[in-house]
Design a protein around this ligand. Structure first.
Ligand code: SF4
Ligand code: SF4
Length: 123
């Protein structure tokens, strides 16, 4: 695991440090950066630091970190966002809606057109 892959997020106060999850780092070590830019939105207000997202991420993007700004004192962080493949497993696993992947991007082009609902209901 290369040290430069661990990036301290801006939301952390000084003194907060990522907690190393060896399994997540081992998964990441087997991967290459995805070459895609997926938007990972973390909502630390909702995050209780359970680590479920860290455990399920197939590319070791996420880690836990002490976070003085969280009432739980710990939150998930984006440790290596370049490795994100956009699978959204973390989003679906999080019980607290504290992590969103490509928020907004998923909805593009999926909004129903005006009148479509009415047309469908009339067969
Ligand atoms: S983002 Fe969700 S799954 Fe991940 S540590 Fe926070 S509460 Fe747990
Ligand atoms: S979308 Fe997939 S690869 Fe990206 S952080 Fe979530 S679990 Fe990891």
């Amino acid at each position: 695991m290369k040290e430069e892959n661990v990036q301290a997020p801006k939301l952390l106060a000084s003194g907060d440090e990522a907690r190393v999850n060896e399994e997540a780092l081992a998964r990441r070590a087997k991967k290459e950066p995805s070459g895609k830019k997926h938007r990972i939105t973390l909502r630390p207000f909702y995050c209780k630091g359970c680590g479920l997202c860290v455990d399920i991420c197939p590319t070791g993007v996420l880690l836990l970190s002490n976070n003085k700004r969280s009432k739980w004192g710990i939150t998930a962080i984006k440790s290596a966002p370049d490795f994100c493949i956009g699978c959204r497993m973390c989003e679906h696993r999080c019980p607290d809606f504290a992590i969103l992947i490509d928020y907004g991007e998923n909805l593009k082009g999926k909004e129903p057109e005006r009148g479509k609902m009415g047309e469908a209901s009339h067969g």
